[in-house]
Ligand binder design. Structure first.
Ligand SMILES: [Zn+2]
Length: 68
């Protein structure tokens, strides 16, 4: 739970800006920390594409099987 000394209160990570600032503009969290939570790693999309290609191929296979 990020604590802001200047506001004298706690903030939820979603309330903070991606830079790690509170709504009042004070630096609360490490910018790299907040960035790491928000960013999706590139290998996640590689996995999604691979899964889509696999499922697409299985669908084609199923259609060929149906009409053969
Ligand atoms: Zn603040």
């Amino acid at each position: 739970m990020p604590w802001c000394d200047d506001c004298d209160r706690f903030y939820t990570p979603t309330t903070l800006t991606p830079d790690g600032h509170c709504p009042e503009g004070h630096q609360v969290a490490e910018p790299s920390e907040a960035d790491g939570e928000a960013k999706v790693p590139w290998h996640f999309w590689l996995l999604v594409v691979a899964l889509a290609l696999y499922l697409g191929w299985r669908a084609v296979e199923g259609i060929i099987w149906l009409f053969s």
